[in-house]
Design a protein around this ligand. Structure first.
Ligand SMILES: *Cc1c(COP(=O)(O)O)cnc(C)c1O
Length: 372
């Protein structure tokens, strides 16, 4: 059986260093807000190319804290609008909704599966305060047009980098392209912890301090509370794990790209479509996922399962059709989401990970090409 993502194999490939790192923290007697966090935050800032990293509990919190920080700083208020791609994972939108802001859903492009720059301007109103781009599937969603539009309309550019650690736009990393970025270290992500974890990266020192305060009960000094905060922290064990795994991230992403090149070059079944923007494996894609499109997606998934290949759908139900967004007024949909709905009906993600062997990749390609 070829697993979609063999986390056990991935974790094992970091041994014995991983257990040593965990043990170092266990025996240190210090489990939160300590040296491991300081070290990881410094290393991650250097890696992403920003001046500040603030560790937090998970990726959803990272995005939520950025927007909460902007509200705290008076940049946004209840009812303001944030543009977001309609085909993203729902967490991007939840972060907006949780802050009393309104997600405005922007259609993606069928060839990149990323937010379509051409659709952005049409969705801007006088309430729009930010654009949240999502480097979905590990592919860079940023293009110069997006930066230009944000400058022209005075919008904050927020990156959801949960799926794209290490991805590049020209010579800069995603997570350093906008005003602030949220990162997730959920175990299955390209840089994954052994549990939940997240971080905010930014070059804005005021925002970084605000996020850090909000994530620590609203306090900068012990027992002094300036904001109504929450508790959202990265623990020392996860920080130590992430420091270790960060060292191999570029090599792991290169391996993902090698596998992606093989899928792009060798899958030749006319029933399966690989969007052009996915097919060419450059540094603007770290292939967190390998999405293909097929009109008979469910039948293809069942066939692959019978052949011993596990696949997943990202995502089966689009956010705007979820029950949590059924209430009127909490979501803005300026135009019909036909592209998004097609993607949700046809998308299937193939197995991809740095520990997948060449033989396993060959087997997946062989079976894909035999599908009738
Ligand atoms: C995983 C993910 C998140 C949320 O991260 P968690 O750490 O699971 O809270 C947000 N956005 C996207 C695009 C994701 O894939």
């Amino acid at each position: 059986m070829i697993k979609f993502l063999d986390l056990e194999r991935i974790t094992h490939s970091f041994e014995p260093g991983l257990s040593e790192a965990v043990n170092r923290v266990v025996t240190s007697g210090w489990y939160l807000q300590g040296r491991e966090n300081e070290k990881f935050e410094r290393e991650y800032s250097e890696y992403i190319g920003v001046s500040h990293t603030v560790g937090c509990a998970n990726g959803l919190d990272a995005l939520t804290l950025i927007l909460r920080g902007y509200k705290e700083l008076g940049v946004m208020q209840d009812g303001d609008e944030v543009l977001v791609p309609s085909n993203t994972y729902i967490a991007s939108m939840l972060a907006i909704s949780e802050n009393g802001l309104v997600p405005v859903l922007v259609e993606p492009d069928m060839e990149t599966l990323q937010i379509s720059p051409a659709n952005i301007e049409k969705c801007i109103t006088n309430k729009t305060k930010a654009l949240m781009i999502v480097h979905l599937y590990g592919k860079c969603a940023y293009v110069n047009e997006i930066g230009d539009a944000c400058r022209r309309y005075g919008l904050k550019l927020i990156e959801d980098n949960a799926q794209a650690h290490g991805c590049m736009f020209e010579d800069r990393r995603t997570g350093s392209l906008g005003d602030a970025a949220g990162h997730s270290f959920y175990p299955g992500k390209n840089l994954g912890a052994l549990g939940d974890g997240g971080a905010v990266t930014t070059n804005d020192g005021t925002l970084a301090n605000t996020v850090r305060r909000l994530a620590n009960y609203g306090s900068d000094r012990k027992y002094v509370f300036d904001s109504l905060g929450r508790n959202s922290r990265l623990d020392e064990i996860q920080a130590a794990v992430l420091s270790l795994k960060l060292k191999r991230l570029d090599a792991d992403n290169s391996r993902r790209r090698e596998i992606a090149s093989r899928y792009g070059n060798e899958v030749s079944n006319p029933l399966i479509r690989i969007p052009d923007g996915i097919k060419v494996a450059g540094k603007d894609n770290v292939y967190h996922l390998y999405p293909i499109l097929c009109e008979q997606r469910d039948r293809l998934q069942e066939y692959l399962k019978e052949e011993g290949i596990q696949t997943l759908i990202h995502y089966p139900i689009p956010p705007h059709q979820q029950k949590c967004y059924a209430r009127k007024g909490i979501l803005s949909i300026p135009a019909p989401l036909l592209v998004s709905e097609t993607i949700h009906q046809q998308e299937l993600s193939l197995p991809i990970s740095p520990v997948m062997t060449d033989d396993e990749v060959s087997y997946v390609i062989l079976k894909l090409n035999l599908f009738k």
